[in-house]
Design a protein around this ligand. Structure first.
Ligand code: HEM
Length: 343
């Protein structure tokens, strides 16, 4: 992997990186039944030696829209209808059908969500996808394109509709309970992390745009290379403090992982922070224990509501020479200047 990326989790074989994972539904609100036909969120926070990397994906490899500006419309259409707040959790209802009928690019994703993939048997039996095309960057600053795939060791399995309907009445917490029990029993859910890696030249040869999140790259064209595995071996100690307060953010990448020009990805990079500032009560949610990186932060930034650390001194910026925070030597200065010019 070092040929492709300098990212900390891939720096050598056997490297172990702690993660926190949140699976979620899209349409259903908190407390809604688990087995509604819906997309499932598959969000993974890697606490790497070089800061947090969040891979915020879904259990389906494509997405409904190409342009992030349509995301609020998509969510308004799929959520319970505003005049009577019905139906809860279900994506198949009039406002959603109305919206997607005007958005032909949503057809591919519609087929996925209305398929059995929309009613997974267990969170441990779901595939996960980063969806977008990302970039990997190696030590020589050479980059390739990359798509991320999580492949469940238990296989990909769905319920049938009759089971899903019965379970939703008898056991609405079915998926959450199943995940909890598996981990408590030591039957740890496990996924293989696989990558589709390709160059810009290869991308140019495809008959579709790799920067369009409504498309996937068929494995017949580009096989998946396994590069690691993820094992969920510990339940949270406190649901609110951890699962509720964890903040996943597309902008959280580490050196070695970078963005492509996918316009939907560009929208997401900005959107999550914006939401979390209100959901978690201010700009310092990165100091909540579940969100704190294991790598120490030295960016000198401070203040804002609910700040936990008490910083000393007059320097709240970088680079600086007043606080000894930046070794201003000719080589690093030149490298910084080059980088500024490139971007
Ligand atoms: C490839 C397309 C997308 C995927 C795979 C995706 C995935 C996800 C996932 C997994 C979550 C739940 C994260 C969690 O557990 O905290 C989420 C939440 C969210 N997504 Fe997306 N999403 C996509 C597109 C978008 C777009 C286009 C936008 C906006 C421009 C957006 C905005 C949000 C927001 C605001 C939240 C709530 C975040 C929070 O409250 O912390 N998403 N998304």
């Amino acid at each position: 992997m070092v040929d492709y990326t300098k990212a900390a989790p891939f720096k050598e074989a056997g490297e172990i990186t702690p993660v926190f994972v949140r699976f979620s539904t899209v349409a259903g609100e908190r407390g809604s039944k688990d087995t509604a036909r819906d997309v499932r969120g598959f969000a993974v926070k890697f606490y790497t030696d070089e800061g947090n990397w969040d891979l915020v994906g879904n259990n389906m490899p494509v997405f409904f829209i190409q342009d992030a500006i349509k995301f609020p419309d998509l969510v308004h259409a799929v959520k319970p209808e505003p005049h009577n707040q019905m139906p809860q959790a279900a994506s198949a209802h009039d406002t959603f059908w109305d919206f997607v009928s005007h958005m032909p690019e949503s057809t591919r994703m519609l087929v996925w969500v209305m398929s059995d993939r929309g009613i997974p048997r267990s969170y441990s039996m779901m595939e996960g996808f980063g969806v977008h095309t990302f970039r990997l960057v190696n030590k020589a600053s050479k980059s390739v394109f990359c798509k991320f795939h999580w492949n469940p060791k238990a296989g990909t399995h769905s319920l049938v509709w009759d089971e899903a309907v019965k379970i939703s009445g008898a056991y609405p917490d079915f998926h959450r309970c199943d995940l909890w029990d598996r981990i408590e029993a030591g039957v740890y859910p496990e996924w293989e992390l696989g990558l589709q890696i390709f160059t810009e030249e290869q991308a140019d040869q495809f008959s579709f745009d790799v920067l369009d999140a409504t498309k996937l790259i068929p494995q017949e064209l580009l096989p998946i290379t396994p590069v690691g595995r993820m094992v969920l071996n510990r339940n949270p100690d406190n649901f609110f403090a951890e699962t509720e307060q964890v903040a996943f953010c597309m902008a959280h990448v580490v050196p070695g992982i970078d963005f492509s020009n996918d316009p939907l990805l560009a929208g997401r990079i900005h959107s999550y922070v914006d939401t979390q500032i209100s959901r978690l009560g201010g700009p310092n949610f990165h100091e909540l224990p579940i969100n704190v990186p294991v790598a120490q932060v030295h960016n000198n930034q401070r203040d804002g509501m609910h700040r936990q650390a008490i910083h000393r001194g007059r320097v709240s910026y970088e680079p600086n020479s007043l606080a000894g925070g930046y070794q201003l030597d000719a080589a690093s200065h030149a490298a910084r200047a080059r980088k500024t010019i490139q971007t």
